[in-house]
Design a protein around this ligand. Structure first.
Ligand code: F0G
Length: 431
């Protein structure tokens, strides 16, 4: 076996065919660790697979198979295929944020519209390796959309637990459409996370939240692919929204391994951005991680409305590996940054805009310097949360102003009325 499960705290190891998410000895989170010693992992190997038309290397996850799950039989791989997302060079947004070089890595361009697909291909593949017939997650929306799709694609049952309110419409619609067993529970995400673990243990269901380390192996490829797109030139910063902290954890592991393997010659710094109303990592960061206090979360960025992140310890490890920082941004800052990303023709859901809002804030504080190069990750598609977008532009969101509005004009069905609108003097606001 080239891979094992290993506790991040006490180092205890378990075979990878165990259905287990925490260490039996100390309760610590598990990593999938690969033995890279007999593998030849080079930039050339990954470059040689670019443009492949065949599974599994046509996937932007499985192109890096040796770093994701080296031993897996390709016949078990469940792939849509995912990844191969664009890296946008955005000079106007760079100027707004205050840096010379800004790239947006758009994970909303995955098959179900979020980065979760990169993790889900890893998790559902492992479900198939283990012969599990049912997979489940608690979700703020995107994980459930992704799980529903990949379970359906694999021909197994998907089960998703939603919180009782504030699930974005696009995500709910996806889970229903893909045929998952959908359960709305009178509780928030953090409580549902606990429930899904307990009920799955009782009923022999495989949990596919990011506590499942096979998810994180897939999500590492966001970083690997971005670096390949940059011809392996390492940016100074990678900026990512933080909720349950699975992505941040995966980024840290990817960077640590890429560096150890010699594929990159230095580490970028990681900046994790949380919504102000759901910022337990940020609060712990300000105390140098001396203590952690869960929060009752509230933010318009419902994807990251999480007060007790499962992967907290792995995120702290990622920050230590990369000399990283944590920042928080208000709902107003999130929605204004989103409006500007949207108005570039790129678009994203609210949580994703933390990356840009956080970059601007860190530049203003002098943490990110104007000459630094930044890769900011957009995590979800603009169509995920149409209510937030329309609410912002029509000025109907509680306590929030539309600082970059695009109003809808009303016209009579005649040329004079249309002419008045289309010859108006003021132009729409653009970044
Ligand atoms: N952005 C989006 C669009 C998300 O859906 C999530 C998480 C995050 C950022 C945060 O990523 O949890 O790895 O720190 N959504 C999860 C879900 C929790 O259930 O869909 P994280």
């Amino acid at each position: 076996m080239a891979s094992i499960l290993q506790c991040m705290d006490c180092g205890r190891q378990y075979p990878i065919d165990r259905v287990i998410y925490n260490c039996e000895a100390c309760g610590g989170l598990l990593d999938v660790e690969h033995d890279f010693t007999n593998l030849s992992i080079t930039r050339d190997l990954f470059d040689s697979r670019l443009g492949s038309l065949d599974a599994p290397y046509n996937s932007g996850v499985w192109r890096y198979k040796e770093m994701v799950y080296p031993d897996v039989d390709p016949a078990h791989v469940v792939s849509r295929p995912e990844g191969n997302t664009n890296l946008y060079h955005t000079p106007r947004l760079a100027q707004w944020a205050g840096v010379d070089t800004l790239y947006l890595k758009h994970e909303g361009e995955n098959p179900t519209g979020s980065f979760k697909d990169r993790g889900m291909t890893g998790g559902v593949t492992q479900a198939r390796v283990l012969g599990m017939q049912r997979v489940a997650c608690a979700s703020t929306g995107n994980t459930s959309a992704s799980l529903a799709a990949y379970a359906a694609f694999a021909g197994i049952e998907g089960i998703v637990f939603f919180q009782n309110k504030q699930v974005a419409l696009g995500k709910l619609a996806q889970a229903i459409a893909y045929g998952a067993t959908c359960v709305r529970i009178n509780a928030d995400f953090d409580k549902n996370m606990q429930l899904v673990r307990e009920v799955s243990d009782n009923l022999g269901i495989y949990v596919l939240n990011s506590v499942n380390p096979f998810r994180l192996e897939g999500q590492k490829t966001i970083i690997i692919e971005a670096l390949q797109q940059l011809r392996w030139h390492v940016p100074d910063w990678i900026v990512v929204p933080g909720g349950n902290l699975g992505n941040s954890s995966a980024f840290g592991k990817a960077l640590h391994e890429l560096h150890a393997l010699g594929l990159i010659d230095r580490l970028p710094r990681l900046a994790i951005i949380q919504a102000a109303g759901a910022s337990p990592l940020y609060e712990a960061y300000t105390r140098d991680f001396a203590s952690f206090t869960p929060q009752k979360a509230d933010t318009i960025a419902t994807a990251i409305k999480i007060g007790n992140p499962v992967s907290y310890k792995k995120a702290v490890r990622a920050l230590r590996w990369t000399n990283g920082v944590v920042e928080k941004v208000t709902d107003q800052e999130i929605m204004d940054a989103k409006a500007l990303i949207d108005a570039q023709g790129i678009g994203c859901e609210p949580a994703s805009a933390c990356s840009l809002a956080g970059t601007r804030k860190l530049v203003a504080q002098g943490v990110i310097r104007p000459g630094d190069s930044v890769v900011a990750v957009l995590t979800g598609h603009v169509l995920k949360d149409p209510e937030a977008t329309i609410g912002y532009h029509s000025g109907t969101l509680d306590h929030l102003s539309a600082n970059h509005p695009n109003h809808i004009f009303e016209s009579e069905a005649d040329l004079e009325s249309l002419g008045r609108i289309l010859t108006r003097r003021e132009a729409p606001v653009r970044a």
